[in-house]
Write a protein that binds this ligand. Structure first.
Ligand code: PEP
Ligand code: MN
Length: 368
């Protein structure tokens, strides 16, 4: 059960304490106060955990400071959209808003190779007014003989260059708990010139211990990538591990499913699930066309399959696009063949802009 307080009610106020006291008078019930950063305002919610099935809603609804009491489904307790819960969960990080209403593109390197290529990438983004990117330092690879990422040794130059070129958020995959500390230390040593969104890769979507670790910290937001070989329900439950640990700064990323039915793409593109995830959860949704399609092939209409897949995600309401670019893909140490090149950047962004406009026009059309 969730008790949503009225907009102006502070989490530490007497009103909230009263609600907590009443909740904890019921046997086997624990109350937890959470602050939900909505798209337009921040809300205080009191979560009643434990045996809540027979607790009536009315006594809570009678408090003047309570906006509403909601009985939540057992499923996706923290990330789910329950009953008439209309407020999406969003967050602000390094001055950038993330919610089901916002839209950001994260173009960047799949993996950090050289400082020179990172600098070329970040400079291009600054020239185009983009403050969000991706840059992999820790790469989980199918083969142990493939490049595993430069790890912590590249962090100083990545963060320094991010600061130099005005990058505010770098999406960076981590594969173990120690990586968070390495990122934290490197950011601090560089004077915190940028921020990091901790990416949980598809291969770790059910690494529950790692999910608990990123969920028990609130310093960094998390980009959770859907598991490639599990159901959507299993992925959302996995994501719930992060939120139930106390960190609701999460973006869910669709990146295609592993099945031969998706051939000839690297993965079966699942972007029709963008509205599904927005309906089932209150979290912003990202799409990753690069890892879904996995190759640069041109359709007869002249657009790359990557362009088409991106558009399918964006026209369905995606809030974020993670996409591989590389100044010299022939030098890339990971996923070079799927990276777009700089000459393709402006067309890609213009196309994305057109499709986002089309999405907003569609929403308007159906709301009138
Ligand atoms: C990535 O984004 O670098 C990546 C490895 O993606 P995924 O975990 O979706 O395969
Ligand atoms: Mn990759």
């Amino acid at each position: 059960m969730i008790i949503v307080m009225k907009a102006e009610v502070e989490p530490k106020s007497e009103d909230v304490r009263q609600v907590v006291r009443m909740a904890e008078r019921f046997p086997d019930v624990r109350a937890e106060v959470r602050i939900i950063q909505g798209a337009t305002r921040s809300l205080t919610e009191v979560y009643l955990l434990g045996s809540t099935a027979s607790i009536p809603l009315e006594p809570f609804q009678e408090f003047p400071a309570v906006e509403k009491a909601i009985r939540i489904r057992e499923k996706y307790r923290s990330i789910g959209r329950h009953d008439d819960q209309s407020e999406a969960v969003g967050f602000e990080y390094r001055g950038i808003e993330f919610s089901q209403d916002t839209f950001h593109v994260f173009p960047g390197l799949c993996a950090v190779d050289s400082a020179d290529n990172v600098e070329r990438m970040f400079r291009l983004l600054q020239e185009r007014g983009i403050k969000t990117t991706r840059a992999g330092a820790y790469k989980p690879r199918t083969s142990p003989y493939d490049f595993q990422g430069h790890g912590k040794k590249c962090l100083p130059f990545v963060f320094e260059l991010a600061g130099k070129y005005g990058i505010e958020v770098v999406s960076m995959e981590i594969t173990s708990e120690g990586h968070i500390e390495e990122i934290h230390d490197a950011l601090a040593a560089a004077g915190n010139p940028t921020g990091v969104m901790l990416q949980i890769g598809t291969r770790n979507a059910q690494n529950f211990e790692l999910l608990k670790v990123v969920g028990s910290q609130t310093e960094y937001p998390v980009l959770f990538k859907r598991g490639m070989g599990i159901t959507l329900d299993e992925s959302l439950n996995a994501c719930e591990y992060i939120a139930s640990g106390g960190n609701s700064k999460i973006v869910i990323c669709l990146r295609g499913m592993k099945t031969n039915f998706g051939d000839p793409h690297r993965n079966f593109v699942d972007f029709a699930h963008v509205p599904v995830v927005k309906r089932l959860t209150r979290l912003p949704v990202c799409v990753d066309p690069s890892h879904s399609v996995g190759k640069k092939v041109v359709a007869p209409d002249g657009l790359l399959d990557i362009h088409h897949a991106t558009a399918q995600g964006v026209v369905a309401g995606a809030n974020m696009v993670l996409v591989d670019f590389h100044p010299r893909p022939e030098e890339a140490l990971c996923d070079g063949p799927q990276a777009l090149v700089f000459d393709e950047f402006d067309l890609f962004m213009r196309d994305v802009e057109l499709v986002r406009e089309a999405y907003l026009a569609r929403v308007k059309l159906f709301s009138s």
